[in-house]
Design a binder for this molecule. Structure first.
Ligand code: PHE
Length: 473
């Protein structure tokens, strides 16, 4: 039955939306490079261990809290907890902070689709014979353009969220995610068949245990931080999505599927991107971050000849879809808060209005990031950071690990496994991981999270700012 609040039409639809939230920019520009630079297969092993002990715990925890309370991040904690009532607000704030840069970067993807369309038709708005570094530099200092593309990206996101859980988010994700997968396979085929592609595969996969021996802490921290962001954990997205899920669905199985699918796409993204970057990216090409996406890979498409613009359009469309399905989950966290509040006050929820308000709020922050253009335009720097990194520090660096830590403590020590398990064991579903979840929520995952929190602060340079020296020299 469709309630006023809304619900998923099918479990498949839910899964596509949740995997869509997880699969985003992080999978494409974060994972492949980090895997390659931190020991290849050795890094993958560390990542998988962490995904099992921390990723699974937090994923199942969030989905269960959402479905149990029938509310989004803020409402769930308010309803279920005495001591952790306020934790949902961390997620609410993170959603705005992450969206402040996510929508700018999503806008860049649209711009790069346009550039490749220009190249395809030999129109004036293509690369015009410039190299990708120059084109990117020109784009960064063109502030109006940056803002316009951000607005376009946000507007698309807004329209989807306004459509509702089933009629908007699910409908879009059910088509977009399989399409993304097919595009990824096409890009992989082109990428690995380029001469010299093997080097990229070697970089990403060759097992090298030296980084683990030399700096185990840093490798674990890199894997941990990446995993949380990549799985959209610690900020209430999965609480929100879980709150729209039918009581008969199997939460444990869904958690595993989301984690496996996200990891698989991250690996596939590496196979799509790195061989091409090594084959055609030239000496010293950037292999991660925005420069990988918008400089190295654009150079790759330009070097491909006739098929280049087609591959470029396909690739940036793929990245755009990945970014959109993540962005809608972020906007939904805030929209759901307003919907829950209306329901509590016995008012008719006005989804469209709430979504509009949320997106306007995001636009205010995103405009700063867009005008800053990754620091190209000399805006005043908060605490010495580029604005994108500043917002990223607060969300990814502080609030997300903290949110995950507090959630585990809440489930392990306040809610306890009995009440938690009841939610999972409905309609004949079994709670197979009960013992494991108990140990993880009470002890193992919180310890992991404290470690990840500290090292996140270190990687953003906070530890060095305070103590004069970073953790890993
Ligand atoms: N998981 C997304 C990515 O990898 C980012 C994200 C984080 C989305 C948190 C939603 C919530 O890019």
């Amino acid at each position: 039955m469709e309630t006023k609040r809304g619900s998923w039409g099918t479990n498949f639809g839910f899964l596509m939306a949740a995997v869509g939230s997880a699969v985003g920019l992080g999978n494409i520009w974060g994972f492949p490079y980090k895997m390659g630079a931190n020991g290849g297969f050795a890094f993958l092993l560390v990542y998988i261990v962490l995904a099992v002990i921390a990723g699974f715990t937090v994923m199942l925890g969030e989905l269960t809290l959402g479905r149990k309370s029938g509310r989004g991040a803020v409402g769930a904690y308010q309803l279920l907890s005495k001591r952790f009532k306020w934790v949902g607000w961390l997620g609410f704030a993170s959603a705005f902070l992450i969206m402040s840069f996510y929508s700018v970067l999503g806008g860049y993807c649209i711009k790069y689709m346009v550039i490749n369309i220009g190249d395809l038709f030999n129109a004036g708005f293509g690369m015009a014979g410039l190299d990708a570094g120059a084109v990117f530099g020109n784009f960064m200092v063109s502030q109006a353009e940056g803002v316009i593309y951000t607005v376009i990206f946000l507007a698309i996101t807004m329209v989807i969220v306004m459509g509702g859980i089933k009629g908007g988010i699910e409908k879009f994700s059910k088509i977009a995610m399989p399409a993304l997968f097919i595009m990824l396979v096409i890009v992989i085929i082109r990428s690995v068949s380029l001469p010299g592609a093997v080097e990229g595969l070697k970089f990403m996969f060759a097992p090298n245990f030296d980084p683990l021996k030399e700096n185990f802490g840093r490798v674990v921290a890199t894997a941990g931080g990446q995993m949380f962001f990549s799985l959209s954990l610690g900020m209430g997205c999965m609480i929100t999505y879980g709150s729209y899920l039918d009581k008969k669905e199997n939460l444990e199985r869904n958690s595993v599927i989301i984690i496996v699918a996200d990891t698989l796409v991250a690996i596939l993204a590496g196979i799509a991107v790195l061989p091409a970057a090594f084959a055609l990216g030239g000496e010293g090409a950037a292999l991660g971050g925005p420069s990988l996406l918008f400089v190295t890979l654009q150079d790759v498409f330009s070097a491909m000849g006739g098929i280049g613009p087609v591959m470029g359009i396909l690739f940036y469309l793929l990245v755009l879809i990945a970014a959109l399905t993540s962005a809608i989950s972020l906007v939904e966290v805030a929209t759901t808060f307003f919907i829950d509040r209306a329901e509590l006050k016995g008012r008719e929820p006005k989804r469209k209005l709430y979504t509009l308000v949320v997106c306007i709020g995001i636009l205010v922050l995103a405009t700063i990031v867009a005008l800053d253009g990754l620091g190209y335009n000399g805006l005043p720097m908060p605490l010495g950071y580029v604005w994108l990194d500043f917002f990223d520090l607060w969300s990814e660096g502080i609030m997300m690990p903290l949110g995950a830590l507090l959630m585990c403590l809440f489930i392990g020590w306040e809610l306890k496994m009995g009440a938690f398990g009841e939610e999972i064991e409905q309609h004949g579903n079994r709670f197979r991981s009960r013992g494991f979840m108990t140990a993880c929520c009470k002890f193992i995952t919180p310890i992991c999270m404290i470690f990840i929190l500290i090292v996140q602060l270190d990687s953003f340079g906070i530890i060095e700012k305070i103590f004069g020296r970073g953790l890993f020299g």
